[in-house]
Each structure stands twice: as C-alpha cells, then as structure tokens.
Design a protein around this ligand. Structure first.
Ligand code: BES
Ligand code: MN
Ligand code: ZN
Length: 501
C-alpha cells in the first residue's frame, strides 16, 4: 500500500475515487462543499433526497458527478459534528476503505485528514489514517492453498487544498507505515497455527528482523537458560518437544549512557494448560497466547524503522505449554532465576512463570522502565471485556504515561490495583509462594505474582487477554497494543539525542 500527499482542490483531483465526509444533519465537510460547488449542487441534492444523511458508518458512491475530475465520489457519513473525535475519525476511515475495497478501484483520494478531530493534530491524523486503512486491508492467506483475489486498492492519496501542515502529515504517514508494518507482522505471527509458529519460528523471525532492520539479536537456548537458572521458564517447557527460546532484541537509538526501556512479551506459542489441561472448546485460540511476544517483535520493528532516538530492549521468553511425560505436575516446586521458590498449583498459570524469569533477566540492563505485555488471564476479559487492556504498575508516573499513550493512540488501558492485600492469596505452605491465588481477582493476583520479580525497577504490566485477538466470524489477531507501546516510546524519545552524536 502506498500513501502520498498531494495539494489540489478536490474537484481537480484526478483519481478513481474521491472520498469526502458529510456530517449528520447535512452539514458538509470543506471537501464535500467544494465538490458540491463545482458540481452546482449535486451533493446537496443527494442529501435532500435522503440517500445520505451523514450517519456514522454510512457511505454512498456517486457516479458521473458533473464539474469534477474524479471518476466517482464516495460520501462518508461522519456522525455529529460536535462529537467528531479519535474514534469517529478512525471509524470514518475504516468505513471509506471498506467501501472502496468492495469495488475494483486501485487508487483513491482521501480528504478526511483535513477534518477537525477533537484534540488531534495533523501528524496524528495522517498516522491513524494509515493505521485504520491498513487494518481494513489486512488479509491472512499464508495458509490457504489458493489466494483469494487480492483487493486492488494500492494507492491512497491524502489530498489537501492548501499546503498547510504538509510536513506534519508526511511524518505521520511515515510513522503510520512503520507502525502498520509492525502490526501486520504481529497479526501474521498471531494468526499462524501453533504447528508453524513454534518458539524456533519466533526466534528465526527475530533474527530476520535483526538482519533487515538493524536490530541486535541474541537467542538463548535451553542450555543457556539452564546456566542462568531460569527454573520457572524451563518448568513450563518440560512437557513440550519443541525447544524453548529466549529472544533478546536491542535497538540502540540514543546515546549509550541512556538507560533503556525493556519490553517483555509472553511467547506461549500454544497453551494447552499443561497437566491442568484446558477444556476442548475454543482451545484453538490458545495459539494466540504468544500475542504479547508478537507485539514486542512488531514494536521493535516499528521503532527500528522510525529510527527512534531511544534505547529499547525487547525480551520474548517463548515455549509451548504441553502435557507430557516430563511435564510439570501440580504441587511441583521450582526455583526461579531470582532464587524465589514457586509452588505450581496449576500448570495453566504458565504465563507468569515464563515472565518472572524474564523480569529478573531485565535487571541486568538497569532499565528506566520495564513494560511486560501478556495474554495472561481469562479473568481480565471478565473484568474489562475486549475494549481495553488491564494495566498494573508499581509506579504512578509510568502508569500515567501508559494510560496517556493509550488514550492518544486510542489503544486504551485501564489501571487495576496491585495492593498488598491481594498478596495474601498467593501464600503457600510449601514454597515461598504459589503460582495461583484462587478465583477472586484473578488478574490482580497474577500481577501481584509478577510484582515479586519487579522490585528493582519501574514496571508496568499490560494484561492483553481481551484485546490481542477477536473470536467468532472475525477471528484473528489485532496487533494490539502496538499503537499504545510505540506511542509511549515516541513520547519517551522526545528530547533525546541520537547515538553517536
Ligand atoms: N493464556 C491463558 C489466559 C487466557 C485464557 C487468555 C483465555 C485469553 C483467553 C493463561 O495462561 C491461563 O490459562 N490463565 C489461567 C490462570 C488460572 C489458572 C489462574 C486462566 O485465566 O484461567
Ligand atoms: Mn494457561
Ligand atoms: Zn497462557
């Protein structure tokens, strides 16, 4: 998909499809008004006919519009003018691209980025136009023997009547494309089945990212994990024939002395539950249990392409969680890399076991912040549904930064408590603590478990169980929370100096 910027009044735009917005109650966007003027009232006549009322989610193609150069016009309903915010804008872009991709049109001229969006600047509008379009156009056909006819839309022009803000729109397109590519990578990895996307496959993908995008990559194998005494992580891998991997990626964007941000992503390439095996219904969706890891890989790809002036380290502990002759059994006690012992009362609470050793590993980088991303608990879906990620943090400042990054990129997170009161639930008669805390507040006790390994740095945990993929007819990985993460990192990089300067 190509994106570019052109300066021209819409009626002069040479394109297969000219897209313009119409608000509810018939108020025209500037572009729609220009088209109406050039066509001597064609648009207003359509509105008077009642065929386009400007409702959000509605669209209408117009053919043979007089007085303009475009082959067709697509009117897109924008809803109420007073409420045109981030969500409404992205919805309008998605609606337009969906309508266009249903035709044979190869190129389109979008005027939506000139709309006023509440509290959003030109850079944001261009970035999110790219992201919303890419989301609609994404297809996963890697595992189909014959590919469906590709949708043909391949060139989107952001058209403006005047050059004001051109540089900001351009930089928004560039960051949007980098983030979209990262999200597509994460979606592909999430959608690939567990028999293809194994820990070794993720490691190979990371190595390729390193080569193509200039990231330093190191893959630790079982022997090195044993040497590091990652007993919790290895206990999850015990039941699997697939060798576990510990992926380390490094983006050196700022000066050496700047402490890095460490991102950690849960990389369970299939979660059967282990000996505490899951019921059969919808178990296929546990191939998505590596979406946290995929989000870290996608974010690293995006920031490398953006040449972000920040030092960032990505860690992806990855293994299957399988039952097997060597598998960990309920009641087994393992020693984590931190030295703390864990009574494994449920082998299905495996995510925290691989993350805890990654958190301990992160200490060596003396990070300014550590953010882990994980499809950690079904309980998080019960608490927050599929709208936002659950956020936990031992630092109010970091929590606020992440909430703000989520709000501005509309990839939101909502904070839940990490109070000591909940730590009670993890008590064990036999080890330092247990790996589960019972049914009440399951997401909180999972985060409390992790907090025992995050005492030496500012840390935030994002439980993405509800947002990493969609079920049902639209089943597939979403690429969330890559927009939140990249936005957080972009904000953090502001004011930094490039390495070597
Ligand atoms: N990967 C799952 C969490 C999950 C389940 C995410 C369903 C999305 C949908 C995780 O490893 C898990 O199994 N968690 C258990 C924890 C429990 C045993 C304390 C859960 O949520 O049931
Ligand atoms: Mn599990
Ligand atoms: Zn899991």
């Amino acid at each position: 998909m190509e994106f570019s910027i052109k300066i021209s009044p819409p009626e002069k735009a040479k394109t297969s499809c000219l897209v313009a917005g119409v608000f509810q109650s018939g108020s025209l966007s500037n572009a729609a008004a220009s088209i109406d003027h050039a066509s001597k009232g064609f648009v207003q006549a359509i509105i008077r006919s009642g065929d386009m009322q400007g409702n959000a989610g509605s669209s209408r193609f117009l053919y043979h519009v007089p007085g303009i150069k475009a082959e067709r016009v697509l009117l897109v309903g924008l809803g109420k003018k007073e409420h045109f915010g981030a969500k409404e804008y992205c919805d309008a872009v998605r609606c337009a691209v969906t309508a266009i991709s249903g035709t044979g049109t190869r190129d389109a001229w979008m005027t939506l980025a000139e709309l006023e969006v509440i509290e959003r600047d030109p850079e944001w509008k261009a970035r999110h136009l790219v992201l919303a379009s890419s989301e609609v156009l994404y297809r996963f056909e890697k595992m189909k023997s014959s590919k469906a006819a590709r949708n043909l839309l391949s060139t989107l022009t952001l058209g403006f009547p005047v050059p004001a803000g051109k540089a900001a729109f351009e930089s928004g397109i560039a960051s949007g494309q980098a983030i979209a590519a990262g999200m597509n990578l994460a979606r592909d990895l999430g959608n690939l089945p567990g028999n293809v996307c194994t820990p070794s496959y993720l490691a190979k993908t990371a190595e390729e990212l390193g080569k193509v995008h200039g990231l330093a990559v190191e893959i630790l194998d079982r022997r090195e994990m044993e040497r590091l005494k990652m007993g919790a992580l290895l206990s999850v891998a015990n039941g699997s024939r697939q060798p576990p991997k510990f992926i380390v990626l490094r983006h050196d964007g700022a000066q050496k002395k700047e402490p890095p941000v460490v991102l950690i992503g849960k990389g369970i390439t299939f979660d059967t539950g282990g000996i505490s095996i899951k019921p059969a219904g919808e178990m296929d969706e546990m191939k998505f249990d590596m979406c946290g890891g995929a989000a870290v890989l996608g974010t690293m790809r995006a920031i490398a392409e953006m040449k972000l002036r920040l030092n960032v380290i990505g860690l992806v502990p990855t293994t299957e969680n399988m039952p097997g002759g060597g598998a960990t059994k309920p009641g087994d006690i393992v020693t984590s890399m931190s030295g703390q012992t864990i009574e494994i009362l449920n082998t299905d609470a495996e995510g925290r076991l691989i993350l805890c050793d990654a958190l301990t590993y992160a200490e060596r980088f003396k990070p300014s912040a550590v953010v882990d991303v994980a499809t950690l608990t079904g309980a998080c879906i019960i608490a927050l549904g599929h709208v936002c990620a659950g956020l936990f943090s031992n630092s109010d400042k970091l929590a606020h930064e992440i909430i703000a990054a989520g709000e501005s990129s509309w990839d939101r997170a909502w904070r839940l408590p990490l109070w000591d009161d909940y730590q009670e639930q993890l008590k064990s008669n036999f080890a330092d603590f247990a790996n589960i805390g019972g049914r009440p507040a399951g997401s909180v006790t999972a985060a409390c478990f992790l907090s025992k390994f995050a005492k030496n740095f500012n840390w935030a945990h994002l439980d993405i169980a509800g947002v990493a993929w969609r079920s049902g007819k639209e089943k597939g990985a979403t690429g969330r929370p890559i927009t939140l993460l990249t936005n957080y990192l972009i904000e953090k990089a502001k004011g930094n100096v490039r390495r070597g300067v």
